[in-house]
Write a protein that binds this ligand. Structure first.
Ligand code: ZN
Length: 362
């Protein structure tokens, strides 16, 4: 059994619950009836922690009656509407009866076999498949930037020529539960990889899963070092953030970062961008890339939220802006965003990125 996957399970004569796959959260489980269970959904370290309670388990239920699973949240409130899939099947929404104070939610599972999770389960194997597809489309090799605490590789790909002078950095999955951001990033990079031969003097570093340990272990926020990676840019105390920094520091001087985009999820679709501190060229880039496109895709509208740097906050956004004086944006996708529209918008923004980059140098 791989590290981070617990063998703990919870069973009655007719129902088995398992927490034995990558992305499963090893919740404490209590049997409260022949077809009733309570899971204590707990964070990976003591609070305070960002309230994004992740849960994921699979079950096998013989007989016909539904199975009741109560989620009780420790240090958080119900946030993610549950998803269910039969093994190998499509994810669909599962209704939850949420307590008025959000401290618990009751799920009613149909008999049979299924996987239930807070969001679609997207794990390192999925990132590897994405990277292989981008490599096939672009001819670029997949490489390893570094290792996580648990020794998992931090995989990356560089689209475009290694000596192309303008570098775009795309980061994903610093925060394990933020799956909608990963869905947008996959579509965004798919679109870039398809046109890799048109990148010209632009190269793109893509790191789709910066926190593989947290993803595999079902964390709410942190890496294996109990650190929020998106507060570690600047200190670089963690191997995952340091792996990116080391790669950047080794770049030839002729290669210069021009843009960083970091994919996340939150309550609604938005971009955090630089505020008044943005230079005229950076404002031109924002206008060329995002402004006017907020409602361009039906079912996916976003807002642009200018925020000046908060020195010392340790976010990738602040660090890239401060270190390289470049636009550094957080691409936030709503937890409940329509998945198809999320992909459509991401593809569109990938398509308009290259011309917009020219506005930084014009
Ligand atoms: Zn996040």
């Amino acid at each position: 059994m791989p590290a981070g996957v617990t063998g703990t399970d919870c069973r009655t004569a007719s129902v088995n619950l398992y927490f034995d796959f990558e992305g499963a959260a090893p919740s404490a489980c209590a049997v409260t009836g022949e077809r009733a269970f309570t899971l204590l959904v707990t964070p990976e370290h003591a609070p305070p922690i960002n309230p994004s309670p992740w849960y994921a388990f699979r079950y096998e239920a013989s007989g016909d009656a539904p199975v009741s699973v109560t989620l009780r949240y420790l240090g958080g409130k119900h946030r993610y509407a549950p998803k269910i899939a039969v093994p190998g099947g499509e994810w669909r929404d599962l209704r939850a009866e949420t307590a008025p104070d959000g401290s618990s939610a009751v799920l009613r599972l149909p008999a049979g076999d299924g996987i239930v999770a807070a969001q679609e389960v997207i794990v390192p194997d999925d990132a590897r498949a994405d990277l292989a597809r981008w490599s096939a489309a672009s001819g670029a090799p997949v490489f390893t930037l570094g290792q996580s605490h648990d020794g998992r590789p931090i995989k990356a790909i560089r689209l475009g020529r290694a000596d192309a002078p303008r570098l775009v950095i795309l980061l994903g999955r610093q925060h394990p539960p933020e799956v909608t951001g990963a869905i947008a990033m996959t579509a965004f990079v798919d679109a870039l990889a398809r046109r890799a031969d048109t990148l010209g003097d632009v190269q793109v570093l893509v790191v789709p899963m910066l926190n593989p340990d947290g993803v595999v272990r079902g964390h709410w926020r942190a890496n294996r070092g109990a650190i929020d990676l998106n507060r570690d840019w600047g200190d670089f105390t963690q191997p995952e953030t340091r792996a990116v920094k080391t790669w950047l520091d080794a770049l030839p001087t002729a290669v210069r970062p021009v843009l960083m985009v970091d994919f996340h999820s939150t309550a609604r679709n938005l971009f955090y961008v630089q505020g008044d501190e943005a230079t005229p060229a950076q404002k031109r880039f924002l206008a060329a890339w995002l402004e006017g496109r907020e409602d361009a895709v039906p079912g996916y509208n976003f807002t642009i939220e200018p925020r000046n740097a908060n020195p010392g906050s340790g976010t990738a956004k602040n660090w890239f802006y401060a270190r390289y004086a470049i636009p550094a944006y957080t691409y936030e996708v709503g937890d409940t965003a329509d998945r198809a529209a999320t992909r459509t918008m991401a593809e569109m923004l990938a398509g308009t990125l290259l011309p917009a980059l020219d506005s930084l140098t014009d």
